[in-house]
Design a protein. Structure first.
Length: 95
């Protein structure tokens, strides 16, 4: 197999693993593992699609990766907001 096939296979395997683990309640949909596997899987699938110049899947996987990255940012913000012992001013970056 060539590099694009290996990279694409890794990406698709990560996406399917995340889907399976979430569907059968092994990981949470808003958890770092699920989101991380989606970012990595979509990123690898996008890269492999770029390598073979299959633009429809480059677009699909790039959007998937961006949406998953936005979900990660949202998750990080919500985790920081729930951190116990932080004063309200510290959450907004005030002294």
């Amino acid at each position: 197999m060539d590099a694009a096939t290996w990279i694409g296979s890794l990406g698709v395997a990560l996406l399917l693993l995340a889907f399976f683990l979430n569907l059968f309640k092994f990981i949470a949909q808003d958890g770092f593992a699920y989101i991380g596997m989606n970012i990595a899987g979509a990123g690898f699938a996008c890269w492999s699609s770029w390598m073979i110049a299959f633009i429809p899947f480059v677009v699909l996987e790039a959007v998937w990766c961006l949406v998953a990255t936005a979900a990660l940012a949202k998750r990080i913000r919500s985790t920081r907001a729930r951190t116990p012992g932080r004063a309200a001013g510290q959450q907004r970056g005030e002294a």
